[in-house]
Write a protein that binds this ligand. Sequence first.
Ligand SMILES: C[S@@+](CC[C@H](N)C(=O)[O-])C[C@H]1O[C@@H](n2cnc3c(N)ncnc32)[C@H](O)[C@@H]1O
Length: 272
Amino acid sequence: MAVRRRSGVEQYHDRVAGIYDGIYSSSAYWELYWTVTWRHLKRFLPTHQPARVLDVGCGTGRWGLRIRKSGYGVDFLDISRKMLDQVQHALDGERYDGELIHASVDDLRDLPAERYDCIVGQGDPLGCAEHPKRALKGLTRLLKPGGVMIQSVDNRDAGYDHFLEKADIEGLERFVKDGRTEWLTDRPEERFPVSMFTPDGLTRLFERNGYEILSLIGKTVLPVRLLDRRDPNPLADRASFERLLRVEEKLHARPTALARAAHLEIAAKLPG
Ligand SMILES: C[S@@+](CC[C@H](N)C(=O)[O-])C[C@H]1O[C@@H](n2cnc3c(N)ncnc32)[C@H](O)[C@@H]1O
């Protein structure tokens, strides 16, 4: 599938692909975040085999590679060729009969319908789409009846501070209305629009596409990042890590707690 002109989102991710994993490593916050993510998403992976999973907006393949290790057939899709190269590199030497698909979620028409039992999108590929509604529709076409979609997106209710820090009331008014903002990088050609979702907006979007909502959580509802400023970080201690994880999971589906989280993650199922 041809992606003709490299958009800002593609250029940015091509540039950071080689250093992407390093950007998010060595932080106790991210370790807890990834633990929460894996424990949440594995609850919704297919219980039957063989089952085929699509990792959409796969980046360097963090989730698809892990799902593959759990015994599923996994395809990887990303708008960034360089990100797919990272996945290819990780797969080198392994027998792999899946597909690395260079495409945008905005145009999935060339892909066969009802191919996947489960689609996973971590790190907001839906919000990076030019038209998130159209992107979800396109992804839904790829799911089999009874298939499960798991997507993590940016939380609009956590985005207000940014505008107040800049005293940008007009920007805030626009953002509250449409949830659109921009990914800020130093290079103007790499900037790209990002859509952020409210919990009810996200739920409605999935319901309109025929899904039954299985779960909606915030990641993370506890401000775990505060602990990264402490030396030593209490999360370095395994027992404290486990205790905090249990508190986070007790709270993370509580509707009033969702507003505290930078990201929302939804798991939803098609009928059939
Ligand atoms: C924040 S990264 C997350 C990567 C990976 N899923 C993870 O959690 O580590 C977002 C990924 O989505 C991809 N992406 C952004 N917009 C996309 C689009 N329109 N279509 C397909 N992939 C897209 C980016 O290239 C990038 O690899």
